[in-house]
Design a protein around this ligand. Sequence first.
Ligand code: HEC
Length: 91
Amino acid sequence: MRIYNIRTAAACVIGATAISVAVMLNGCAESQKVAAKSGAQLWAENCQRCHNTPSPSTFSHEQWVTIGMHMQTRAQLTEQEKEKIVAFLSQ
Ligand code: HEC
């Protein structure tokens, strides 16, 4: 009975480890998906939802940096996504 309990506990630990590895791998795949996307893609997907997006030439780099900070919260973007979009808009 004692041995059985230890085995059950071990199985639990292994199971929990497998689940957390799966979650970690999934999170990794998610950020790789973001990494694969260009600034232009992220911009097209995230910035037209609420308004027509002004063209990149409308604002200077400094202005896009500020707008990026404001719109990051509105569009719920990660830091990485925002950086890419701002880089695209500042070209
Ligand atoms: C959840 C809705 C929402 C999303 C998503 C969103 N915006 Fe906005 N945006 C707004 C609102 C509301 C305003 C007007 C009020 C303001 O300026 O804060 C605005 C204003 C702007 C302006 C005008 C600023 C000015 O001074 O004329 C620009 C440029 C802009 N957004 C760019 C973007 C970009 C780039 C993205 C993508 C990263 C984006 N927005 C995503 C809601 C959104």
